[in-house]
Design a protein around this ligand. Structure first.
Ligand SMILES: *Cc1c(COP(=O)(O)O)cnc(C)c1O
Length: 447
């Protein structure tokens, strides 16, 4: 393949996501031709370890054989049929399995994360309208939250780079304090920070619950703001406060669902059940776009009526696409067949040990881990650090995209110990290259 030509054609015809396109005058696009396991290969045969799982979607490596096969098999019988008025085996089976896993009895489908958020928000407000409480149509979101970038989702997202340019288009809602443990004052524990944030939420709900339909949260890890992690007690408090104030609880597990935090779903670690659960990203193992919104039976029942307009008249053309559902069923098979969660826990512990030299690096702050996500902040990184690190990482065969001064790894679960050691070693090398220092790394006992 003629690379320069492909890159020029891409720049001439493709508008790449989340990118100031002018940047590509200097930063070359990377033409990927093949993926296998945790590795991506470019047209020149160079390889890159996909240590961010291609924006957090890949769980079992590129080309995972059983997922690939499931899609191929499905392709032989039915590629797609509209889901209004019709049904098919893959969507029924997936819905039954998700209901059994979450205790949330009905599944509504969308195409990607943002569409799941839109569905959840609309459903929550419509639920109250069907209960003659139409004034309950605002939402509470957390500082630093991210729930997608369509206009409804953006209105409950608190990441300025995504939001600021569209400020005039966004409906006002209520922003509650973040339980991010990095906010701990001297002597405060992560639990203290979570409880303090919960008191802020309590005040807000006490004052405004009459107009609030739902609270939307990213359980345990606020991803896009920079892998902010928090104590599960916040979720218990949120559940209790939502019940006390007649507010629905929406858990956005688009990024953290399917084993990412050490349990199949992050909410399990708090022992709570949301009213509405949003899933996407890893749901198909990173093969095809799909989102599922799972709801409690009581919410479903509030829409069940002779009156058409009390129904949830929302749809996307590819709702419940059979190929995507077949991929999702193959992902659930993988969780069922092997004990992925237990194996992941052991892996997470080993990754933590391998990253000890980074933890001890003099410029590293707030090293944190939640299951299969590790992150840390870089002190005094200087301007343009994210880009410098991204390029340094690529030079070390790593695909890592920092968020500001936060470096995180979120690799496929299939990362081997050898690959994990390589990741740790090269992340350190890339960090030193980006900081242009050869910082003395203190000897750390590998406990
Ligand atoms: C990625 C993400 C979304 C949006 O998903 P898209 O598929 O990018 O639209 C929503 N919520 C969270 C927590 C996410 O990480």
């Amino acid at each position: 393949m003629d690379n320069p030509t492909l890159l020029a054609r891409s720049l001439a015809a493709v508008w790449h996501p989340c990118t100031q396109m002018k940047r590509h005058e200097k930063l070359p696009l990377i033409p990927i031709v093949r993926g296998e396991g945790v590795w991506l290969y470019d047209a020149d045969g160079r390889r890159y370890m996909d240590a961010v799982s291609s924006w957090w979607v890949n769980l079992f490596g590129h080309g995972a054989p059983s997922i690939k096969q499931a899609i191929k098999d499905q392709l032989d019988t039915l590629e797609h049929v509209m889901l209004a008025g019709f049904t098919h085996e893959p969507v029924v089976r997936l819905s039954e399995r998700l209901a059994a896993l979450t205790g949330l009895g009905h599944a509504f489908y969308g195409s990607d994360g943002a569409s799941a958020t839109e569905i959840a928000l609309k459903m929550a407000a419509h639920y109250w309208k069907n209960h003659d409480r139409a004034e309950k149509h605002r939402y509470v979101y957390l500082e630093g939250s991210y729930h997608g970038e369509t206009l409804g989702a953006l209105a409950v997202t608190d990441v300025p780079v995504f939001r600021t340019a569209y400020a005039e288009l966004i409906q006002p809602h209520f922003c509650a304090p973040s339980p991010d443990w990095r906010r701990a004052a001297d002597g405060e524990t992560a639990e203290d920070v979570a409880l303090r944030a919960a008191r802020g939420l309590e005040k807000l709900l006490a004052e405004h619950h009459g107009e609030i339909a739902a609270l939307i949260v990213e359980p345990l890890v606020q991803g896009a703001t920079g892998m902010a992690m928090y104590h599960p007690i916040y979720l218990q408090e949120a559940r209790r406060l939502c019940d006390a104030h007649e507010v629905l609880l929406i858990a956005d597990e688009i990024a953290v669902g399917f084993g990412r935090t050490g349990t199949l779903f992050a909410c399990e670690q708090a022992g709570i059940r949301p009213d509405i659960l949003c899933l996407s990203k890893g749901i198909t193992g990173g093969f095809l776009p799909l989102a599922a919104v799972l709801v409690r039976d009581e919410i479903y029942a509030a829409f069940y009526d002779e009156d058409v307009t009390r129904g949830f008249l929302h749809s996307h053309s590819y709702t419940g696409n059979p190929l995507a559902c077949a991929a999702a069923n193959a992902v659930l098979d993988l969780f069922e067949r092997g004990d992925v969660i237990t194996a992941n826990r052991a892996k997470a512990t080993r990754w933590n040990v391998l990253f000890a030299p980074l933890k001890a690096h003099p410029r590293v702050r707030h090293f944190r881990q939640c299951g299969m996500i590790m992150a840390f902040d870089v002190a005094d990184a200087g301007s343009g650090f994210a880009l410098r690190f991204f390029e340094a990482a690529l030079a070390h065969e790593l695909l890592l995209r920092p968020i500001g001064n936060t470096i995180y790894v979120m690799p496929p679960y299939t990362l081997t110990d050898t690959e994990a050691a390589l990741l740790a070693e090269r992340t350190l090398a890339a960090l030193n290259a980006a900081l242009e220092t050869d910082a003395e790394i203190p000897d750390v006992p590998l406990a």
